[in-house]
Design a protein around this ligand. Structure first.
Ligand code: ADP
Ligand code: MG
Length: 209
């Protein structure tokens, strides 16, 4: 893993977000202020514009550079949260991280999001996708699951847990202002996080195929 891996994952996440942009916009229009996809695509465009710089770096420095760009471009609630995610991963990962090391790094990233957003699961946010994925990832790494099995399982866990946000009551972020009316719509940050996890896993699996 190096800066080229980081950029390949950004490209994959970017393509998936663009493909589902209208849907994410509708979700945030339903229970937020409608800007979530605009915020994310602004960040993605800024990351794509620094391709050469990112690709020249090792893994952790590339993630840190990307995180700083996310913080200065994405905005909203999600910008600082995705910044925490990327810096949390960068702090604990190296170029030669295997499945077990990367599982720990990912869990550290998710932990950083939890600290920044002061929430865990059950409040109808991106954490409802990120935490179960981190837990399964760690459990699979502890059980010495193969990279292939991990890359197959995590997108499924992400999708199940994204769908489960539909019936939740929002107690964090803008959607919480709606109270009971927040039920019936998937959380936009849960959907964008799930799409990015799915796209990144598929991209990494492609390299190993
Ligand atoms: P804003 O709500 O400020 O307009 P965005 O639209 O960019 O910001 O992001 C909204 C998403 O951010 C929500 O769908 C939710 O997943 C996530 N979010 C909001 N508050 C929190 C929080 N405290 N912890 C984790 N995620 C949160
Ligand atoms: Mg919003």
């Amino acid at each position: 893993m190096n800066g080229k891996t980081v950029m390949a994952c950004i490209d994959a996440a970017h393509a998936s977000l663009r493909e589902h942009a209208d849907e994410i916009a509708s979700l945030d229009q339903a229970i937020g202020d409608g800007d979530h996809i605009i915020n994310l695509l602004r960040g993605m465009d800024a990351l794509v514009a620094m391709r050469a710089q990112l690709e020249a770096e090792a893994f952790a420095p590339a993630l840190k550079l990307a995180a700083a760009k996310v913080l200065s471009t994405v905005g909203g609630s999600s910008g600082p949260l995705f910044f925490s995610m990327l810096t949390g991963i960068a702090k604990t990962s190296t170029d030669d991280a295997g499945v077990a090391e990367f599982a720990r790094a990912f869990a550290a990233g998710v932990d950083a999001v939890g600290q920044r957003g002061k929430t865990g699961t059950g409040s109808k946010t991106m954490m409802d996708v990120l935490m179960p994925v981190a837990e399964h990832f760690t459990a699979m790494a502890d059980a010495r699951a193969s990279k292939h099995d991990v890359l197959t399982a995590l997108p499924r866990i992400a999708e199940e847990n994204m769908l489960a946000t539909r019936d939740m009551l929002a107690t964090k972020g803008r959607a919480s202002f709606l109270g009971e009316r927040s039920r019936g719509h998937v959380d936009p940050g849960a959907r964008s996080s799930q799409l990015m996890i799915g796209a990144v896993c598929a991209r990494i699996a492609q390299d190993d195929a």
